[in-house]
Write a protein that binds this ligand. Sequence first.
Ligand SMILES: [Zn+2]
Length: 228
Amino acid sequence: MAKTLPKTPFQLNGGCFCSAIRYTISVPELSERKEIPKFGATPDRLLTPLNEVNERMPIVTLDHCNSCRRVPGVILDSWVICPLSWVEFTLQPRISSLESPDEKEPFKVEALAYLKEATSLPERTYIIHFKSSECSNRTFCGKCGTHLTFWFDGPKSPLRQALGDFFDIATGTLDKESVEIEGFGPIMQMWADNGINWVTKLVNEGKKGLLGDEADNLSQLKEEEVKK
Ligand SMILES: [Zn+2]
């Protein structure tokens, strides 16, 4: 049976490359995690069978959509989807060349305050907001450029209504220790129809999808190398 995330409360930590923006995701015990409605986890999207743990938030996805490829400049994106209420950000205040870094302590903000564009945070910290479409809100670190979050604040589809207030955190911004905890991994792929042909093949068929019959030649070569 596939390994699952812990059923007891646990934390995931991450942040941008330079640590001017850090966050903690506090996952509560299993019974307090929201279930994914079945119409969201359709068979063509699923990468692993659902069980009592991975059918609930946090949902880790692979995302083939064009915007999420272009904005961070990755061939395939991945998100950790979780309720706003689970996440707290720690922001380093902006420091001018005349100030000593010791004079300004990082401070904590709730996810909604971090995600909303109309606050004083962009003046006081390194957060940058960018709308990739009318209701698609993204954040970046203005110091190192890391793309951290995606938040849709438009009309709610039935799926979005059922899931409640949630947003996406770029999986690649998690600390390695968090990405590698037991049971962590993508359970769904989204927007595969928009995907780059060879990337969707790689996800669905592995090395064989990328190389075709050449994959067999490659493993043969490796075996021969080992024998030498
Ligand atoms: Zn940064």
